[in-house]
Design a protein around this ligand. Structure first.
Ligand code: GLN
Length: 240
């Protein structure tokens, strides 16, 4: 085992973790090992002490009720997460936590769930859910493939950029073909599936950034992505 440790904070692993989002943690863990690092996963749930020396932050999606359950605690750790983002910590937040890293999520029943405002985005719940397979494209990561299921429609403010442009599916909202967000080293996205097993370029971005932040340099090696590529090819042919 390598003595080079990378610490991954898994935010709200009990309540914000649907459609296989835990797979994102498994991919980061395994690829870190392949690159020669020792991953340490720290699960964080409401009331826990906020851990030190975190190198990557990952959080998943959840029902509106799950978002309500964690919201008070999330607001209490918001300043710590913002400080980590400001110092370049890579983060990946999916769907429910993506929304709550923004300013607010106004649910379809009219309730406002306040977010931490790390991302300049606003989300409005609609009666019609956006559900199905989704493919987007980004210059940095190529085709990004996943599955979406959300009532919230998210609109980006200034100083944040979309993660990708939608080729199949809906994305952030039903109107502007943007999907997800990238701000500093923070990535937000609606894509479950989970995201990272089929999109290792994003996993490698998080890993490389974390390693450079902690150890100053990152030496890449060739990882055999044969099965990933086959999964991507199949997923790209699926109908919505
Ligand atoms: N409850 C939120 C919505 O419906 C988030 C859903 C999710 O995380 N899949 O928009």
């Amino acid at each position: 085992m390598s003595d080079k440790i990378i610490r991954i904070l898994h935010l709200y692993s009990n309540d914000m973790n649907i459609y296989g989002d835990r797979g994102n943690i498994l991919v980061i863990k395994r690829r870190l090992q392949w690159y020669g690092y020792t991953p340490e996963i720290v699960e964080y749930n409401p009331g826990d002490k906020f851990p030190d020396n975190i190198n990557i932050v990952v959080g998943g999606g959840g029902q509106d009720s799950g978002q309500n359950k964690i919201q008070k605690d999330l607001l209490s750790i918001g300043p710590k997460l913002i400080e980590l983002a400001n110092t370049g910590t890579p983060m990946l937040v999916i769907c429910g936590l993506y929304q709550l890293f923004g300013k607010f999520f106004k649910t379809s029943s009219g309730e406002i769930i306040e977010g931490i405002g790390l991302l300049n985005i606003e989300t409005f719940g609609k009666s019609e859910r956006l559900i199905g397979n989704i493919v987007t494209h980004s210059q940095q990561f190529g085709d990004i493939i996943g599955y979406e299921n959300h009532s919230g429609q998210t609109f980006l403010g200034n100083n944040v950029s979309p993660l990708g442009q939608v080729r199949l599916g809906a994305g952030n909202n039903a109107t502007d073909i943007s999907e997800g967000v990238i701000y500093k080293n923070v990535i937000g996205s609606y894509l479950h599936g989970s995201l990272l097993p089929k999109n290792p370029a994003i996993a490698d971005f998080l890993i490389k950034t974390a390693v450079i932040n902690r150890y100053g340099k990152f030496k890449t090696i060739n990882i055999d992505n044969h099965f990933t590529d086959l999964a991507r090819q199949t997923a790209l042919k699926r109908p919505r």
